[in-house]
Design a protein around this ligand. Sequence first.
Ligand code: ASP
Ligand code: MG
Length: 449
Amino acid sequence: MQVLKFGGTSVGSPERMRRVGELIDDGLPKIVVLSAVSGTTNKLVELSELIRKQQIEVASIKLAALREEYRLFVAELLPTSPFQEKGQAIVKGIFDETEQLLWLNRFESRHEKWILAQGEVISTQLFQLYLEYKERPSALISALDFMRIDEHGEPDLDWIQQRLDLLLSQQHPLATYFITQGYICRNASDEVDNLQRGGSDYSATLIGAAIRATEIQIWTDIDGIHNNDPRIVENTWPIRQVSYREAAELAYFGAKILHPTCVIPAEDRQVPIVLKNTFEPQAHGTLISSASSNRTITAIAAKDGITAIKIQSGRMLHAYGFLRRVFEVFEQYRTPIDMITTSEVSVSLTIDSDNHLPEIIRALEVFGEVSVDKDQSIICIVGDALSAHTEVTKHIFTALESIPLRMVSYGGSSNNISILVSRDAKNAALRSLHKHLFQNTNTTLSVNF
Ligand code: ASP
Ligand code: MG
């Protein structure tokens, strides 16, 4: 069985939803995971913030506007009776229930999460109704009946597997297409919760891993992972094949196409992921599997909003346990570290969240002098066995010869070389690297794409 996930833009209008209906309809059994219609989750976030701030009047106007959007959506998607009426009843039910939350005395986080879940609830219900209207053998299975996170927010794969096996085998013997929601789940207290923004990819790979799918297809609006950021660099191209490791590095470092955590479950169970373009289904896309890309350099990606922190201290000389104490500060403030480089008397590291920066700096000042550089970007060069090719570094440094480098991390993994530059220098760095690593015919690096 396959798992196919369609993102918000792929179901962003009635016309696009109909396209998805055609794309999945090859008669083969599959699970179809949908995001909310694009824009809806943002609107639901905004709505819950208004309710939390007790701005009920504005909230109620926004809610009415969203209700109207869906009324029109249904009118276009399901033009005839009785499907039109059924679709409008779905919209009415969900919006009436949401409206009741406006008037609660105490609006709690569980109410907020319930609201955030409604985008996926509504898109899947309407899509499944559309398949009924088209007389396609389908069934809706609620993610709330099988997708679960534990008390640490981690998905419980055994539970997901058991529940899915049961739901698929027992309840819908005649269905070929199973429709379910991405993003939403239940937590350890059995409340409605979610897998964080953009989490529908993660839902899809968890489902794919749980049922040991033959393949997980993630359908978005671009044709796979590109070898550099197409918004900044000209003449990028989609990569046909990468390993799980390379894909995870790229997803984390800014190739926005895939949610970073979602590679893990697929890799654990060796289920291939294929990234496809809804608007160009014929395009090859990118295959992510355990097979190595066999390419020295696969792609370049960048991540903005990075803060670099340097701690300089004579106490580091010949000391042990120093780094542990530095890391404990970040642990205490639950702030992950992305890059790290050290010298004998100082250590530089980067974080991508400034939420606890003042407390972190205060705690680090106990060890020595602390300096902070904000607005940095990590540029990450990803490939297969990078360090085995000695000429790689020469080309990288030549490409970046006129750009000040704040940090360089080499050798942490054979798939990744990371370089920290100021945000202002990022575009120039990406373009120059592209030229030197992919377009320079004198180099032996850019092998068959
Ligand atoms: N609808 C959710 C979001 O916008 C989840 C997703 O699209 O993956 O974040
Ligand atoms: Mg998305």
